[in-house]
Design a protein around this ligand. Structure first.
Ligand code: TGC
Ligand code: FAD
Length: 388
């Protein structure tokens, strides 16, 4: 008897509900039909297909674990499966959905006023408006507690000044959630992108996540009404809590990228003839395929367990850190191994593996670097912080 056919060696689909399997199938079809055909061209050109956001919204692929305001309120495992299918195509799509759903819509739903929810949630969910999240500053993303961007309370309004960097969706967005220091701690502000004093500049010449729009953001005496502040977001912990949501999506997403690479390398090895044998018949190649099958299965099970904990309201930041660092590292190693199996062809954009490997270099770094998450886990297991 054979094991369950790839990509589900451990028959994990049996652990999913009928509804979760249905949503997974719909997301996969959407990605294959709507996103796959043009991704290599966008990657080469360094462009993000902005029009895809509305189509992703209509297909309920954005903020799908939120409810109300026309949002479907799917469970966390369904949400994770959707992230996996988006990243199967390219990390840029999962990134866009993570930022919009987990880093803009979630904070509005969790910390926002009724007016902010009414203004933004339905539009962002449909993809008719685009959001971005500005936490990182040029002087060092791992230590957001050192942020210099300031929001001054001027009685009837706020005045924001500072520099942010690496804002995904920045040049495309209608609204940016800016985290800034006030006299009373860190706060979040919803800032429409056309507010005077707001300036986005595209970050070009990236060799990774080329199909994602990354920007610098200058805030020069930006006047915002008092109603722009997220009223319930108190302190840096609020921003970090939003990151937990997005990092959870990454734990699932990168498995999609790894599966896409594995799929490509397996078919390639089954076809390529060397030394009068198929490449897939050589022991070393089979060893690589076996190692990757194990790593993918472990990643799938880890993501699923995190989803179960999140559904039960028991997911802790330390769980997310374990999943983020483990699954991203595994996916990056798989992408590199698959590139190797494809030989010289692996460096071409005609195949997926090098594109995914390059993207995963960013995923290794953003949303908390690999080592920051190892330090979080280290702190959990020893009870001693080693950040500073
Ligand atoms: P520390 O003193 O430990 O914490 C400050 C306050 O925050 C609380 N906290 C958390 N709350 C919720 N979730 C978490 N994961 C939390 N981690 C910490 C903490 O309890 C404390 O609360 P309180 O009430 O006591 O004040 O902070 P620290 O300055 O020592 O830093 C800790 C560290 C290094 C873990 C943290 O700052 C960190 O996570 N650094 C990495 C920053 C990061 O991930 N940036 C991502 C930017 S966004 C992005 O990359 C988007 S990419 C696009 C895409 O998603 O695809
Ligand atoms: P640094 O913090 O300077 O880290 C450099 C190195 O030092 C890393 O290896 C790190 O692990 C290590 N290091 C840091 N501190 C320690 C320590 N205490 N002990 C040991 N080693 C340590 N940010 C946003 O706010 N919004 C976005 O939408 C967004 N999108 C992004 C998109 C892309 C394409 C990229 C590349 C980044 C994006 N980021 C975004 C920024 C991202 O979150 C940061 O790059 C990340 O947090 C790391 O910060 P840094 O690049 O300044 O590296």
């Amino acid at each position: 008897p054979h094991c369950h056919p790839y990509p589900d060696y451990m028959n994990i689909s049996e652990l999913l509900t009928e509804e979760q399997n249905r949503l997974l199938g719909e997301a996969r079809r959407f990605v294959e039909e709507e996103l796959e055909p043009s991704i290599a061209d966008h990657y080469e050109a360094g462009t993000f297909p902005k029009e895809a956001i509305a189509r992703m919204g209509e297909a309920h692929l954005i903020g799908s674990n939120l409810a109300g305001y026309g949002l479907p309120g799917y469970d966390e495992i369904s949400y994770g499966l959707i992230m996996r299918e988006l990243e199967r195509c390219d990390s840029a799509f999962r990134s866009c959905a993570s930022v919009q759903g987990s880093l803009v819509m979630y904070p509005i739903a969790k910390y926002g006023s009724d007016e902010q929810k009414d203004t933004w949630l339905e539009r962002l969910g449909k993809g008719s408006a685009i959001g971005s999240f500005a936490l990182t500053e040029p002087q060092g993303g791992s230590d957001p507690g050192s942020m210099e961007t300031r929001a001054e309370d001027r009685g009837d309004h706020w005045l924001l000044s500072g520099e942010k960097r690496w804002v995904t969706n920045g040049t495309l967005c209608d609204v940016v959630l800016v985290w800034a220091r006030t006299d009373d701690g860190v706060r979040g502000f919803l800032c429409p992108a056309d507010t005077p004093g707001v300036k986005f500049r595209s970050i070009n010449r990236k060799l990774s996540l080329r199909a994602s729009a990354s920007a610098e953001l200058s805030l020069d005496q930006v006047k915002l009404p008092k109603s722009a502040e997220l009223p319930a977001a108190r302190g840096l912990g609020a921003a970090l809590n939003c990151l937990n949501q997005a990092r959870y999506g990454i734990v699932w997403g990168v498995i999609g990228a790894a599966e896409a690479c594995y799929d490509e390398a397996l078919s390639y090895a089954q076809e390529r003839q060397l030394f009068q044998k198929k490449l897939s018949q050589f022991q070393m190649v089979q060893g690589k395929l076996a190692d990757m099958t194990l790593a993918i299965s472990q990643g799938q099970l880890l993501a699923l367990r995190l989803g179960q904990l999140k559904n039960a309201g028991q997911l802790l930041p330390g769980h997310v850190s374990l999943g983020k660092q483990g699954n991203v590292k595994a996916a990056l190693e798989i992408a590199r191994t698959c590139r190797d199996i494809l030989g010289a062809n692996g460096v071409l954009l005609d195949y997926k593996t090098m594109r995914h490997a390059c993207n995963l270099e960013t995923v290794f770094t953003y949303e908390g670097t690999h080592d920051i998450h190892r330090l979080v886990v280290g702190q959990q297991v020893t009870g001693k912080g080693a950040f500073s």
